[in-house]
Design a protein around this ligand. Structure first.
Ligand SMILES: [Zn+2]
Length: 388
């Protein structure tokens, strides 16, 4: 057999290098992409999670904590999003709060990119969108679409079996990069254990009363369109659920946090601190397995013919029709339910009242769309614009 010539080898190497660079460059651009956020009138300080865990400093797992301290003292609330960065309605909800909220009583701690490494991650080779854009009054605003777990570039290798700390439950190897399996975390653990440990430190140091973790779930998954809460937070969750149904006309039932499934925010925050935890699940058709292509359109309008057929066969856990389950609807649910949790807590704890104004609710989102509530960074004062 004839040996390949030097010329052939050079050309083959160049083609291979071109394929690697052409395939890798969009992933590198995605990892370096920044979204500009305009700090609203309520933002009084910006800290980082590394302020509560030094070892996160300078790593890609470190992430900003926006503090909105009211004029008057009151309750303390943490709201987290992008624990799973492929469930972006939570992230949009927190950014709308950061850009618009006016806090009169109490303090909000907002973490829009809780698992920041997962926001830098994607699913190469799976036809998965790297970004999505929403319409605002001043043009399109682009956001990164992340993945469920932290990037292996930031935490690797995975163990064969992940042994949860401190409960010693054996979990899937992949869950060591999932920040909804690493609570309450470990100071000297792997980076994602440090992220949840830092958040626990924040909860304890700031004596946080309520922690709300914003998620999304498949329509075929039973724990969807709901508030997950442990025993100690169940009363407030139930009142919030009943109130949004009667006052705003949408369902959001309550699910009990299982006591034997470890590592989840709604379980460990409740067990390892004085904070009352809530995890909010909005239905995201994009996450379901039997759908058409995973496009930006499906992410935003939530309409899918396969799911419609399954709904007719009663295989879904939420009502589903031709209108799908839009992004704006999901953001609206997160905002209304979060505000209602704050209101119900305030009613029972007059000395720790939390009064937040100027945050839109479910009906506002359905009427105007999420983009309506974002400010134009080019029109804002330079020192108010943060690149995330
Ligand atoms: Zn999730």
């Amino acid at each position: 057999m004839k040996k390949p010539t030097a010329g052939f080898k050079i050309i083959a190497s160049l083609i291979l290098a071109f394929i690697l660079i052409a395939g890798g460059q969009p992933l590198l651009n995605h990892r370096n992409f920044k979204v500009e956020i305009v700090c609203g009138p309520g933002v009084t300080e910006i800290k980082k999670l590394s302020d509560f865990c030094q070892s996160l400093k300078g790593t890609e797992a470190d992430t900003p904590v926006f503090i909105l301290e009211g004029q008057q003292p009151g309750g303390q609330v943490l709201i987290m999003a992008n624990t799973h960065a492929n469930e972006p309605e939570g992230m949009i909800s927190t950014l709308i709060i950061i850009e618009n909220a006016v806090v009169e009583k109490g303090t909000l701690y907002i973490i829009p990119f809780f698992n920041r490494s997962a926001r830098l991650n994607t699913r190469p080779g799976e036809g998965y969108p790297l970004y999505f854009s929403i319409t605002t009054p001043w043009g399109m605003k682009k956001f990164p679409m992340g993945n469920r777990d932290a990037s292996p570039l930031d935490q690797w290798p995975d163990p064969d079996v992940y042994i949860h700390y401190p409960e010693k439950q054996m979990l899937s190897y992949l869950d060591i990069r999932n920040t909804n399996r690493t609570w309450p975390g470990r100071k000297n653990g792997l980076p994602m254990e440090q992220v949840t440990w830092a958040a626990m430190e924040l909860l304890k140091h700031k004596k946080v009363d309520l922690a709300i973790d914003l998620h999304g779930a498949e329509t075929m998954y039973p724990v969807t369109n709901c508030i997950v809460a442990p025993e100690k937070a169940m009363r407030i969750a139930t009142l919030a659920s009943l109130t949004v149904k009667s006052m705003e006309g949408f369902e959001n039932h309550v699910e009990p946090s299982p006591s034997s499934f470890r590592g989840l925010s709604h379980r460990e925050i409740g067990d390892y601190s004085d904070t009352l935890p809530f995890l909010l699940e909005a239905p995201i058709p994009f996450l379901d397995q039997p759908t058409g292509p995973k496009t930006e359109k499906l992410l935003l309008d939530g309409r899918d013919d396969f799911l419609l057929n399954l709904a007719k066969k009663k295989k879904l856990f939420v009502p589903y029709d031709e209108s799908g389950w839009s992004f704006d609807r999901r953001v609206g649910q997160h905002l209304s339910v979060s505000l209602e949790i704050l209101r119900q807590y305030s009613k029972k704890n007059a000395d720790k009242e939390i009064v937040v104004k100027n945050v839109p609710r479910h009906a506002d989102l359905l009427k105007n769309g999420a983009g309506y509530f974002f400010k134009d960074p080019s029109e804002a004062e330079e020192n108010k614009v943060i690149k995330l």
